[in-house]
Write a protein that binds this ligand. Structure first.
Ligand code: MFK
Ligand code: FAD
Length: 591
């Protein structure tokens, strides 16, 4: 005989089958949008664990590379990405992952537009090779243009960044980090020179030229990028050192190229997912399990099932060379995010246009940071939740000592702990997403509110500013710990690549570094507390807010003593950390 073969495990639908997530999203969904959100999320959830996950696996298996020379021996330094990666871009646009937070959708949904967007991202991001990274930067760039862009940017670039038409859609990069400073961007070496006598229309439209070396560029295949650089005074040629000398620039990376639709990939995508049949008066949000007709139809195989598609994917060459004075020096060889083309770039006369006021580069890019930090938090929470759901599925079929491991008390306790951790991270992220949605309802002019704010709006703005670094830090840390626990829950199988668990761990770990490390984010919180002289009243409001959040989280926990103890402990830790931070920040001797 073949001997023992492990039975395949099944995982419930990531939205309809996850009552914890449904309850969290429901809390932020206005009654009138309940049915619409439910159907929308069922549909995307099905696609996310089916065709989109297959694209993600293909992109991971066909990593990007830089082709240094062409067939004729010419130096080209051309970025080569897989067709699966490019199809993920198309799908992201068609699904409106960025666009749902803008334009007509935002007008219709109001503050809930960000809730729907983040819920969609929660389902989309764990198995799509971190395509959420370019989307995060694109979203951030759209917001920065909305706040600080000139009329041309609003007319020509913004609609592309927020388009649902893949032939129109553009993505944006975010080039901040340089060799001397990632956390401390005040050390930026890249300089910007103004062309005071432009000789062409191109130079008139893009009057600055950038010179320097960007050490990390993740969306290297993007169409435009937000770049920090030090502007030389056109009259004196002087530069201001430190971060006060930095300005923000918008630069086209290359001319847009059309990505033809792949029939095979399109055929893989289902057109709809039906909500569950419910009895009259019952909301589908209350249904205990998967919304689709059977568990099988929305389950994923735990140990295989993705490899079959890989052979169908070919690596095509990008049609266009980078045109805008940009040389891709090399791609980074990374621990994770392996399908994401993170490059080192040499800028030599890269044409650009300033966005925001001169010398206000860090402040102008801060709306991008708010959005990319929230995306990072969401991606960490979502990946750790997906990994956890897999661990639960596995625990029902894997046996040890005569019973499914789910019934071994110590293993059950480990799963319960992870249930709390992943729910807490998810709940926190959605609180901040809702806050962001509410603040985006405030009409803005030149980056400032165009109306006087109500007391509630003032609190929302202040709490969002405080909680964005906190949620990014916690979700990344908790998410990484949770992924680690889920890898362990599979035993040896968790450590094996074909199983897919290791990727969740690698790709969540990066969340602790990019968009600011924990200590840099903590320093940011302290800076806000000190600079704003945030009164004790604000800290009290924040503590009450954390308490309310925890209380609600506890109400939704499985009634198990251990689980409650872990939740309470998590809550106490956050509250006491906030208290420490605030009292340190208020101390005159604090450094
Ligand atoms: C699914 C995954 C999605 C994620 C994709 C992303 C992939 C990875 C991409 C990256 O990693 S991009 C690089 C990200 N880099 C960072 O996050 C840098 C980390 N370092 C910091 O955040 C530092 O705190 C910072 C560079 C901002 C410190 O610089 P400074 O020059 O010491 O800042 P300063 O003087 O405190 O602030 C300058 C102004 O900006 C101030 O305004 P005012 O002049 O009006 O007072 C600040 O209030 C404002 N500011 C700074 N940070 C802000 C902010 N405003 C709002 N929000 C913030 N976060
Ligand atoms: P450093 O700033 O040198 O930090 C080193 C250590 O010092 C850290 O532990 C840090 O916590 C600590 N430290 C620094 N300052 C303080 C402080 N004030 N208090 C206490 N401790 C401190 N950047 C981009 O601009 N665009 C991108 O597209 C991009 N993509 C990335 C993709 C990946 C996969 C990775 C890993 C990074 C990417 N980054 C990108 C860069 C990322 O944002 C930086 O690596 C990060 O901000 C840290 O900067 P650094 O690497 O220079 O580390």
């Amino acid at each position: 005989t073949a001997g023992f073969i492990q039975e395949a495990y099944q995982v419930d639908h990531p939205f309809a089958g996850d009552s914890g997530l449904r309850n969290i999203i429901r809390r932020h969904t206005p009654e009138k949008h309940m049915a619409e959100f439910y159907e929308n999320l069922c549909h995307l959830g099905t696609k996310a664990i089916g065709p989109l996950a297959r694209l993600g696996a293909s992109a991971e298996a066909n990593e990007p590379y830089v082709m240094s020379h062409d067939a004729r021996g010419r130096r080209v330094d051309r970025l080569v990405t897989s067709s699966a990666w490019r199809e993920l871009r198309r799908q992201s646009s068609l699904e409106g992952i960025v666009s749902v937070a803008y334009g007509a959708d935002r007008e219709r949904l109001g503050a809930a537009a960000r809730v729907l967007q983040m819920a969609r991202l929660f389902l989309f991001s764990p198995d799509t090779a971190i395509y959420a990274c370019p989307l995060a930067m694109t979203d951030g760039a759209a917001r920065a243009i909305e706040l600080f862009g000139d009329d041309d940017m609003k007319k020509h670039i913004f609609p592309r960044l927020t388009s649902r038409d893949p032939d129109v859609f553009w993505t944006s990069g975010q080039w901040m980090t340089e060799r001397p400073g990632g956390s401390d961007v005040g050390n930026t070496e890249t300089e910007a020179m103004l062309d005071t006598e432009p000789t062409s229309q191109l130079h008139e439209a893009l009057p600055w030229s950038l010179h320097g070396l960007k050490w990390f560029s993740s969306a290297t295949d993007s169409d435009v990028a937000m770049v920090l650089a030090r502007a030389r005074d056109p009259e004196t040629g002087d530069v201001v050192r430190g971060s006060r000398g930095l300005s923000l620039f918008l630069t086209p990376v290359r001319l847009p190229s059309e990505t033809p639709a792949s029939e095979e990939v399109r055929a893989m995508c289902p057109t709809s997912a039906k909500p569950a049949a419910t009895s009259p008066g019952q909301s589908p949000w209350d249904s205990p399990g998967p919304c689709l007709s059977s568990v099988d139809s929305c389950a994923i195989e735990g140990t295989s099932g993705l490899e079959g598609d890989l052979a169908a994917v070919t690596i095509d060459h990008e049609d266009d060379l980078p045109l805008n004075g940009i040389r891709i020096l090399r791609l980074k060889d990374k621990l994770g995010t392996r399908a994401l083309p993170t490059a080192e770039l040499r800028l030599s006369g890269t044409r650009a246009r300033m966005i925001g006021a001169p010398g206000r580069g860090v402040a102008s890019i801060s709306p991008v940071l708010t959005i990319t930090r929230l995306y990072t938090a969401m991606q960490c929470a979502a990946s750790s939740r997906r990994a956890h759901l897999r661990a639960i599925g596995f625990s029902k079929v894997r046996k040890a000592f005569g019973v499914p491991i789910a019934r071994l008390p110590a293993h059950a306790r480990a799963l319960a702990r992870n249930e709390v951790t992943t729910r807490a991270a998810s709940a926190f992220v959605f609180e901040v997403a809702a806050l962001l949605g509410r603040t985006e309802q405030i009409p803005m002019r030149d980056g400032r509110p165009a109306v006087s704010l109500s007391p509630d709006q003032r609190v929302d703005e202040a709490v969002l500013r405080l909680l964005t670094p906190v949620v990014k830090m916690y979700a990344a840390r908790l998410g990484t710990q949770a992924c680690q626990a889920s890898v362990e829950a599979f035993g040896g199988a968790g450590y094996i690549e074909t199983n897919g668990m290791a990727r969740y761990l690698r790709d969540t770990q990066v969340g602790t570094i990019w968009e600011g490390t924990a200590d840099v984010l903590s320093a940011d919180v302290v800076r806000v507390l000190r600079r704003g002289g945030v009164p004790v009243l604000m800290m009290t409001a924040l503590e009450q807010y954390v308490e309310r959040l925890t209380e609600r989280a506890l109400n939704h926990c499985t009634p198990e003593t251990d689980t409650l103890a872990v939740a309470a402990q998590l809550c106490r830790q956050s509250a006491s950390r906030l208290r420490d931070l605030s009292s340190h920040a208020m101390s005159p001797t604090f450094e």
